[in-house]
Design a protein around this ligand. Structure first.
Ligand code: J2J
Length: 552
């Protein structure tokens, strides 16, 4: 990993954040044994038949850390982690934190396109994947990706079917040996609090996803604040159903927040209602998190479910817009309180309080979890809007990096010269300071909480020989909020179907959730004054009956 890729906070501000106690001198890995000593026999993780106490988790993560180190991975090296929700994901992440190895949080649906681009960008030295997942051979994928990346990264596999040219992660997680001596050896080589702890992916607005570097001190502060905003304690039983590579279930407060407070984390690989309700009942789950599309499915299923969901006290909902009418139905349908969350992997997290009245919990997305987070709502010219008016939200703070990783010269698009991150979200602030997300100015599609950069789709569709011009735009969808629609002008005499686009993009190794689901063919695309496809005009066009005639 090139240290040049990291954009530091200005030294004077870093000093303020440290003096104020936002940033402590702790690394995330240093908590592992603190937890194990405070709550040695408490269950930390539940994953199907697997149950690990805090002491077991610490011993296994340390063993893995030492084995990774033996295989040449150390402080500042980057690995791509593409695992489903399973206990090994947590152990791998904590082992990386111990060593100062930087896990890059990929998602299980990612394929060659994403893994190769991100792997090259961060200089990955290893990939950690399941053997297979949902019928797909990730081990094979990882070897193909590794062959395309410089430096022949190692392939580490979690599963029963490990090839001889892969490393068997489960074997490295086996407990044993001198735990105390190993712990001391790892403590002596611990990374620094200001080091990058992990990379998160941003939906971004460019052709390839952007990489967000989060340091140990900035991430710890965010986790700490999220646990306070959500009242997480050692009595918390948190159910992780969204993919744990996302910051929302990972750290807001999610898996890491629950461990940080001594609670119990239950991992489920899918948000399917029957499985979720069974787990809530069996483990007496007290809190879980969902994107609105998943919450809707649970609400519908709860009507006919016979499961006892009485233990569930809070549902955190965020990642995309939750309509106030639906928000109001969540509590009655699931027998719990709603906390809305407006967050981003770039750092800012806003939560409504656990005991908020309905006008706050159903109609707003809450306040920043940290008093040090600054919010500024600006108009198109970058000037602050009148109080309560809509505009683009800018933010700065001790958990918001000052630039994306490794893109010097390109950060001006997303960050102002004085360090504000342009969220791309259109927001208004209520008189009480609660954020209400009203829309966005960034060019992406939010499909059930998964962010898809329009440019990434456009670049790939543009490569098809039939296509003269293309624009990717969201179309509203009752189930997942938005789906990807491509509006295409064809070369004369050519034809194109959605199936052809889907086959071509799948062959390019694009994640399935990004594949366009609507196609509109136009003789002429509307353009802006600077000659770009006019997406606002396209949105208006797609809202008219023309769409139903042309959409495939
Ligand atoms: C509307 N749009 C929202 C909301 C996020 C916690 C929770 C969510 C994320 C996340 C996260 C929204 N209403 N309640 O990282 O830690 C859209 C906005 C935002 C973008 C960020 C977390 N909550 N959004 O969703 O990095 O457009 O993070 O800028 O994936 O999701 O996406 P992401």
């Amino acid at each position: 990993m090139s240290p040049d890729g990291f954009v530091p906070w200005p030294a004077d501000l870093a000093h303020v954040y440290r003096a104020a106690g936002c940033w402590s001198d702790r690394t995330l890995g240093s908590y592992l044994w603190e937890w194990a000593e405070r709550w040695p026999h408490r269950t930390a993780l539940v994953d199907g038949p697997h149950r690990l106490t805090y002491a077991e988790l610490a011993a296994r993560a340390d063993r893995l850390a030492e084995e990774l180190s033996r295989r040449g991975l150390g402080r500042g090296d980057v690995v791509l982690v593409q695992l489903p929700n399973c206990w090994e994901f947590v152990a791998v992440t904590l082992a990386c934190f111990r060593l100062g190895v930087v896990p890059t949080m990929m998602l299980p649906p990612h394929r060659e396109h994403e893994l190769t681009a991100i792997g090259a960008h961060v200089g990955a030295k290893a990939l950690v994947v399941p053997d297979t997942w949902r019928g797909y051979d990730h081990q094979d994928l990882a070897h193909r990706v590794a062959a395309a990346l410089p430096g022949a990264p190692q392939v580490l596999v979690v599963g029963a079917r490990v090839r001889p040219d892969s490393v068997d992660v489960r074997g490295l997680l086996a407990p044993g040996g001198d735990v105390v001596a190993r712990r001391r050896r790892l403590d002596e080589r611990a990374p620094a609090p200001g080091d990058i702890a992990l990379f998160l992916l941003s939906g971004g607005t460019t052709g390839t996803p952007k990489v967000i570097s989060r340091t140990h001190e900035d991430f710890r502060f965010s986790i700490d604040n999220c646990t306070r905003a959500c009242g997480i304690t050692s009595d918390t039983v948190y159910l992780a159903v969204l993919p744990v590579g996302h910051a929302f279930p990972l750290s807001s407060p999610g898996v890491l927040g629950t461990l940080y407070r001594g609670g119990r984390v239950v991992l489920l690989p899918s948000p399917q209602p029957e499985t979720v309700f069974t787990a809530i009942e069996a483990e007496r789950v007290t809190v879980t998190s969902a994107v609105p599309a998943v919450a809707l499915k649970w609400m519908a299923a709860a009507r006919t479910s016979t499961h006892d969901l009485a233990s569930l006290r809070y549902l955190h909902v965020g990642g995309s817009t939750l309509a106030p009418e639906l928000a109001a139905q969540i509590g009655p349908a699931l027998g719990c309180r709603l906390q809305q969350v407006y967050g981003m992997a770039e750092g800012l997290i806003c939560y409504t309080p656990p005991d908020a009245p309905a006008e706050v919990s159903c109609h707003t997305q809450g306040k920043p979890v940290s008093p040090y987070d600054e919010l500024l709502v600006v108009d198109e010219a970058g000037r602050p809007v009148a109080p309560g008016a809509e505009g683009e939200l800018l933010t700065r703070g001790p958990s918001t990096p000052r630039g994306y990783f490794g893109v010097p010269g390109q950060n001006e698009l997303s960050f102002t010269p004085d360090g504000w991150f342009r969220t791309g979200d259109v927001v208004r602030l209520t008189a009480d300071g609660d954020a209400v997300v009203c829309g966005r100015v960034k060019d992406l599609i939010n499909r059930g909480g998964e962010k898809i950069a329009a440019a990434e789709i456009e670049l790939l569709v543009q490569e098809l020989p039939e296509v003269a011009e293309v624009a990717a735009v969201p179309v509203p969808d009752p189930e997942v909020g938005e789906r990807v629609c491509v509006v295409v002008r064809l070369h004369p005499g050519r034809e194109l179907t959605l199936a052809r686009i889907s086959t071509a993009l799948t062959a390019r190794g694009l994640a399935a959730f990004k594949i366009p689901e609507h196609l509109v063919l136009l003789d002429e695309l509307p353009h802006t004054a600077v000659g770009k496809a006019d997406k606002k005009a396209l949105a208006r066009l797609l809202a008219t009956p023309v769409r139903s005639q042309l959409a495939a």
